[in-house]
Ligand binder design. Sequence first.
Ligand code: ATP
Ligand code: MG
Length: 371
Amino acid sequence: MITLKNIVKAYDSKKDSSRAVDGLDLVINKGEFVALLGPSGCGKTTTLMMLAGLLKPTSGEIYFGDRLVNHVEPKDRNIGMVFQSYALYPHLTVRDNIAFPLRERKMPKAQAYERAKEMGKIVQIDHLLDRKPSQLSGGQQQRVAMARALAKDPEILLLDEPMSNLDARLKLDVRDEIRKLQRDLGVTTIIVTHDQEEALAISDRVAILNNGKIQQYAPPEELFSQPVNLFVASFLGNPPMNLIDGVIKEENGEQKIVTSGFQFRIPEARKLEAAHIDKPVKLGVRPHDFMLAEQTDSNAFPMKVDLVEHLGSGKLVKVIDPEQKLQTTIRFLADNETDVRHGDTIRMKIRENKFHVFDMTAEGLNLMQFR
Ligand SMILES: Nc1ncnc2c1ncn2[C@@H]1O[C@H](COP(=O)(O)OP(=O)(O)OP(=O)(O)O)[C@@H](O)[C@H]1O
Ligand SMILES: [Mg+2]
């Protein structure tokens, strides 16, 4: 188990604003695969470097199991690391690259080479052991870097954007391979990425960072369906969640959200606390959670189709309210069979309980209770 306790990293300790990591708490279980995900500059690499021991936290504690490792040298941490650039030694063969960390640990050459061959087999590059890195494709170099990181049987594997140099197709294959390898070896793994699809696909849990702080740490499906705040909600998802200004109203014990273009009833099970009544909020609905209403649906509203984009797997429909009072264009995803055209007036509804309500504080907290 890895525990980060209230970790702060200020590159310039005199300035509070220079905190690259700002009070980070994180627990990673043994054998778990965790992603650090967030926009550029949010502190992902800084966090990984502190785990590796290449940077010292300004304050806070890092534990591997019960052992405080703040002052333990990188070479004594039993970690393997793969960087974005792979950082292979260009003048060494693949065999010597993989064997390098073992030779550093004074393993006899024959034994280190044997191990290099074994690792080469695992990542399927054992036919390339005599080549130099420049004679390999990007994907092959990536495998060599993985083999080198795993050669000394590390307890922890740290990956910093390890797939960013690969083309889209290869990325998918390598992603699956990394996950499979990680499962087979049971090595605790932390991957840094700003690719949300990658993070969600590969990880047991994802920590979403912004401004050096964890916004939410949860399994992928929970982040997606139960975002704790506006940042997480709008960061995840493509096309992004629709965010619409509205006000909570209550009449005859029934709550509704009133926007300038439409209104809809909040189901009984999702009712908000009385304190929120008459307060402005942001309504959040994912594009696939809007749908065409049936004749019998009472909780529906009219919208006018402005644009239909064909995505192949379906249609992305942009709608505006017929009176054009709503400032926001709503995007919703329809299947290919849905017959909607520019200029049509349609009746829409929101999928049962698939909406979020965020308050107007700086944090934009999600007010929905998830039960
Ligand atoms: N050596 C350094 N000296 C001063 N500031 C730094 C240093 N390294 C990083 N920073 C700053 O710390 C913040 C976090 O940087 P970090 O590299 O951890 O971000 P990141 O999340 O990995 O971003 P990216 O996705 O672009 O790689 C940034 O504001 C960055 O400018
Ligand atoms: Mg980085």
